[in-house]
Design a binder for this molecule. Structure first.
Ligand code: ADP
Ligand code: MG
Length: 283
């Protein structure tokens, strides 16, 4: 407990040498993509890093959880993808943390999957829109992209824009269902559109320590994916699911809850690994 309490206060993590762009993907719905995106973003921001969340799900749940206005008509990822606004125009600052920003998703994004089909360079539109100058101006160290539960053009745009994929896996029956298909899609994108893309991180979510099954799933995932899997697992926690209803991350809503502490720990692990990885590659 003591070790955890110090974590929630928020210290500082080193800034990565190069900005990290991470796509949070899993085409299964309800596995904790959005929850992990916003809470990891808040954890990194609490550690002094600049973070941008790009909401690519028409449901706009990440925008809601960050307390960001995402009514229809607000400059959003939709206008950004079709080239109607710049990143500078679509970016909003979170009311709860001055290091945390969001490009919201509005319901208008629901039509984008179809509209994008006929557009030039349709897979690379998000990548082109993530303008370095606008990101540098706010010293954004991390861009986290929250994906919809599908493998359509929105997810492909996220995979082309990122260097890393973070895959949340729910500690439940059929946890690995669909993961093979996602990995094949990542390989296709890597082969044809984005050589740098790789799965860097796996996060076990909604872990219920009381059930034998959760432990078995976690063990299976660790055996299969090894060191990609973060040591920290996110427990099932009511506070985590209540927080979005207040337009907050669990770190703001219930900072001393187990859910908040776990996301804080996972965020630190993600941040610390990134630095090691970057240095490793450059040596
Ligand atoms: P996805 O984005 O993959 O569809 P969500 O992050 O929206 O998944 O999570 C699905 C549902 O599960 C949401 O209602 C969310 O509040 C809830 N949830 C996510 N993580 C937890 C957790 N650790 N404990 C309890 N509820 C959770
Ligand atoms: Mg979601």
């Amino acid at each position: 407990m003591g070790q955890h309490l110090s974590a929630t206060v928020g210290g500082s993590l080193p800034r990565p040498t190069n900005r990290r762009i991470i796509t949070i993907a899993n085409q299964k719905g309800g596995v904790g993509k959005t929850t992990s995106t916003v809470n990891l973003a808040a954890a990194l921001a609490a550690n002094g890093l600049g973070v941008l969340v790009v909401d690519l799900d028409p449901q706009g749940n990440a925008s809601t959880a960050l307390g960001i206005d995402h009514r229809s008509g607000v400059p959003s990822t939709y206008e950004l993808l079709i080239g109607e606004v710049t990143l500078e125009q679509a970016i909003q600052r979170s009311p709860h943390n001055e290091n945390l920003y969001c490009v919201p998703a509005t319901i208008d994004l629901a039509g984008a999957e179809i509209e994008l089909v006929s557009m030039v360079a349709r897979e690379g539109r998000l990548k082109s829109a993530l303008d370095d100058a606008a990101l540098d101006k706010r010293t954004i160290d991390y861009v986290l992209i929250d994906c919809p539960p599908s493998l359509g053009l929105l997810t492909v745009n996220a995979l082309v824009a990122a260097r890393e994929v973070l895959l949340p896996i729910q500690c439940e029956y059929y946890a690995l269902e669909g993961v093979g298909q996602l990995l094949r899609n990542i390989e296709l994108v890597q082969a044809h559109l984005n050589r740098a893309l790789h799965v860097s991180t796996i996060l076990l979510t909604m872990y219920d320590g009381r059930t034998k099954l959760a432990g078995q799933v976690a063990e299976e995932v660790r055996n299969h994916f090894g060191s990609m899997v973060l040591r920290t697992m996110i427990p099932r926690s009511v506070k985590v699911s209540e927080a979005p209803g207040f337009g907050m991350t669990v770190l703001d809503y219930a900072p001393s809850s187990r859910g908040a502490m776990s996301y804080m720990d996972a965020g630190r692990e993600l941040g610390e690994r990134g630095v090691t990885m970057t240095t490793g590659q450059e040596q």
